[in-house]
Design a binder for this molecule. Structure first.
Ligand code: SF4
Ligand code: SF4
Length: 223
């Protein structure tokens, strides 16, 4: 009963902080994949997954390459999420439990695309969506048009289950990708081709970070 009450209270608090997507994952089976969190995450059993929606208007301009407006927006949403995650973590701490917020965008190795943990994989476990052909989390209602952050905790809390859904017949991002990195099967996603394109965008000084947004713009969910 406490687990259900805690789920409801953390969700309500998160939504008041402007969180659009909320779910909780059981992390006991995936903790081995985390990096540099061995001792910190040792006694933590759940991941609270938070998502904030990106502006569809800003994304709509990204047809072949990222824009300066998207670059600023991307950073703003990440910062917004990090602040919300901090507030949710403190809400949990005030209940007497541990809470470890993992920022929206903190990369340990860009070339290998590694981080402390994968927000999108935890998002799948938390029932927020599936990994799409574009290698991003896809939510049924808003597609990939979100940013994510995670809070690891030992708070007793109800956990969600994966939705079991997938992209179905949609192939919009396959056609849109300027690097031809997106394939029919999500497992064939070409990380190297994608990263080479991100480096090209940065060399062209379109953005100051390895971001693109083309496949995010076309991924609007499946109603
Ligand atoms: S981020 Fe850009 S280059 Fe990478 S898969 Fe998406 S559309 Fe292609
Ligand atoms: S655009 Fe379509 S195929 Fe691509 S990730 Fe989104 S739902 Fe899947």
């Amino acid at each position: 009963m406490d687990k259900i009450k805690n789920y409801a209270s953390v969700k309500k608090f998160s939504q008041k902080e402007g969180i659009d997507l909320f779910g909780v994952a059981d992390i006991r089976g995936v903790k081995g994949e985390f990096q540099s969190l061995e001792s910190l995450a040792k006694d933590l059993e759940s991941a609270i997954c938070l998502g904030v929606r990106l502006s569809a208007a800003i994304l709509s301009e990204i047809i072949k390459a990222p824009t300066r407006l998207y670059f600023h927006h991307y950073r703003t949403v990440n910062a917004y999420l990090d602040q919300a995650a901090l507030k949710v973590a403190n809400f949990i701490q005030r209940k007497g439990f541990r809470a470890l917020p993992i920022p929206a965008s903190i990369i340990l190795n860009w070339e290998n695309q590694t981080a402390h943990l994968s927000h999108k994989k935890l998002g799948v476990l938390a029932g927020l969506g599936w990994i799409g052909r574009n290698n991003l989390l896809v939510n049924e209602k808003i597609g990939s048009q979100m940013r994510l952050a995670t809070i690891l905790t030992d708070l007793p809390i109800k956990t969600d289950k994966p939705s079991g859904k997938d992209c179905g017949a949609c192939c919009l991002c396959v056609k849109a990708c300027p690097a031809q990195a997106i394939k029919e099967s999500p497992v064939d996603f070409d990380h190297i081709k994608c990263f080479e394109k991100l480096k090209e965008f940065q060399r062209q000084k379109l953005v100051d970070q390895y971001i693109c947004g083309v496949c995010v713009n076309v991924c609007k969910g499946r109603k």
